[in-house]
Design a protein around this ligand. Structure first.
Ligand code: AP5
Ligand code: MG
Length: 195
């Protein structure tokens, strides 16, 4: 299996690039942000709890997200692999993911981290906020709060995978096509090793 984590701060292009990657490599896309927005839109208790945090730019509690992820993995037991987008975001989440995958006799192959300067992140998200309706894109204060959460709680996840040689930075501030090409170069080298 090829199990990738597409890593990076809010607005770095994780969702955009995941879409392109699944089309080319046939992986299953798991975005915890999208799953949570879906729970909110259908008004489940989980969605109502998550919304309190999302609208402030804060991370949703680990137990909520980990439970949700475990359910989703059960729905897709057979897959060529997964691309995790926006998960794991804390040390507890990365530990839980490693365990869930090892129960399935698999593991994370590589973490690909999209590197984009902060000013560009804010510019992209303010621009999207004009039309997306996403509460967490509503203003610069919330967007900056998301970036602070990323630095405080999510960056340590990078160290966790770097220690085991599974972390790779990818330049993410070019065009969508340029970034996709850089990601494909990385993924093709992983596929070659697996084959
Ligand atoms: P989530 O939905 O994961 O959002 P995020 O990580 O904050 O990032 P975005 O989805 O906004 O950005 P992205 O990196 O996917 O970039 P995109 O491709 O969209 O999480 C939202 C919230 O849910 C969190 O704050 C938290 O509260 C909660 N949550 C989710 N997962 C959680 C977890 N595991 N634990 C706890 N809480 C969790 O691109 C952004 C914009 O830029 C788009 O408009 C796009 O068109 C544009 N763009 C993309 N690439 C380029 C490019 N190369 N050039 C120019 N524009 C570009
Ligand atoms: Mg996204």
């Amino acid at each position: 299996m090829l199990n990738l984590i597409l890593f990076g701060p809010p607005g770095s292009g994780k969702g955009t690039q995941s879409q392109l990657v699944i089309e080319k490599y046939g992986l299953i896309h798991i975005s915890t942000g999208e799953l949570l927005r879906n729970e909110i839109s259908i008004g489940t208790p989980l969605g109502q709890e998550a919304e309190q945090f999302i609208q402030k730019g804060q991370l949703v509690p680990d137990e909520v997200v980990i439970g949700m992820l475990s359910t989703v993995l059960e729905k897709h037991p057979r897959s060529k692999g997964y691309i995790f987008d926006g998960f794991p975001r804390t040390a507890a989440q990365s530990e839980a993911l490693d365990k869930l995958l090892s129960l399935r006799k698999t593991a994370i192959t590589k973490v690909l981290s999209l590197e984009v300067p902060e000013d560009e992140l804010v510019r992209r998200l303010l621009e999207r906020g004009k039309t997306s309706g996403r509460v967490d894109d509503a203003n610069e204060e919330i967007i900056r709060a998301r970036i602070v959460e990323y630095h405080n709680k999510t960056v340590p996840v990078a160290d966790h995978y770097a220690r085991v040689g599974k972390f790779k930075k990818v330049k993410g501030d070019g065009t969508i096509e340029e970034t996709f090409e850089l990601l494909c170069n990385e993924i093709d080298s992983l596929v070659a090793v697996e084959a």
